[in-house]
Write a protein that binds this ligand. Sequence first.
Ligand SMILES: Cc1cc2nc3c(=O)[nH]c(=O)nc-3n(C[C@H](O)[C@H](O)[C@H](O)COP(=O)(O)O)c2cc1C
Length: 133
Amino acid sequence: MKVQVRYYSRSGNTKLLAEAVAKGVGTKAISIDDKDSAIKDKTDILFIGGALYAYGLDNKLKKYIANLDSKKINQVVVFSTSWISKHSIDLLKKYCREKGISVKEEYIYYKNKPKESELKEAEELAKKLLKER
Ligand SMILES: Cc1cc2nc3c(=O)[nH]c(=O)nc-3n(C[C@H](O)[C@H](O)[C@H](O)COP(=O)(O)O)c2cc1C
């Protein structure tokens, strides 16, 4: 099964979460700023994450999602960090659904910089979501 992890992070919080998710599902977390971030292969599950900035997603992440090829991605699981609001989860789901990509209801979310225990929990949750498929 092909599983990929992509994220956008300004100050590293979502990056930490992306790395925990990637560890859980046995792949590496790739920033959407990386030159190799495009999804070229058929992917069973794409874990995609980003934080909330001024009640929205960063434009780069919005553009990245808008450019995803829905024919290559079977399902998406979203993850995010923020100060307080989970609106980023709603937005990530909305933009992926608008692309016609199936989005799993469950998501992975922590406030600000996830603690070690939360990163471990995220790793296990990602693993569980993968198995559930
Ligand atoms: C400019 C800016 C705007 C933000 N706006 C919100 C917001 O509207 N709601 C919220 O809950 N968190 C907000 N946050 C907090 C970030 O979502 C939070 O710090 C997140 O963990 C940052 O992730 P990153 O380190 O991956 O960039 C904001 C942070 C910044 C820097």
